[in-house]
Design a protein around this ligand. Structure first.
Ligand SMILES: [Zn+2]
Length: 120
C-alpha cells in the first residue's frame, strides 16, 4: 500500500482501537523501515536491518510496533498485521502457533482482552 497522510492517520486510529480492546498501552507505530532505523538502537534491537522482510514487528518491551506498509497489499492484510502485532504486545510470551492464531481471529472479531497480569 502507498503510505499517505490519510492512511497513516487511519492506521493510528485502528491501532488505538485495538490497543484499547486488548488492554495494552497504545504503542508507538513505525510505518517505514526508515522510521525503524531512525529509532534508538536499543529500542529496536533484533529487528532493525531485517525489518524490511516482515509484514510487521512487535518490539515487546518497548510498546513499539512496526507495520511494513510497503509490503502490505490490501486493507485485510493491514488489519491482520495490526492485530497480529498487538497480540504480541498483549501476550508477550506467546509464540506463533495455533493458540496465537486463535487469539488473532478473536481479536479481528472484536473480542476484548483483560490487561496482562504477571504470573505470581
Ligand atoms: Zn509475529
Amino acid at each position: 500500500m502507498k503510505l499517505d497522510p490519510d492512511l497513516r492517520l487511519g492506521i493510528y486510529e485502528k491501532v488505538g482501537i485495538y490497543a484499547d480492546r486488548f488492554s495494552v498501552p497504545e504503542p508507538k507505530v513505525l510505518l517505514t523501515t526508515r522510521e525503524v532505523l531512525d529509532m534508538p538502537k536499543e529500542m529496536t534491537e533484533g529487528g532493525r536491518t531485517s525489518a524490511y522482510k516482515y509484514l510487521g514487528l512487535s518490539y515487546n518491551n518497548q510498546s513499539l510496533i512496526f507495520i511494513n506498509i510497503r509490503k502490505i497489499s490490501n486493507e485485510k492484510d493491514l488489519e491482520n498485521t495490526i492485530v497480529h502485532e498487538l497480540i504480541h504486545q498483549r501476550f508477550p510470551y506467546l509464540s506463533h502457533g495455533k493458540r496465537f492464531n486463535k487469539l488473532v481471529r478473536q481479536g479481528l472479531r472484536g473480542k476484548k482482552f483483560l490487561p496482562y497480569q504477571k504470573r505470581k
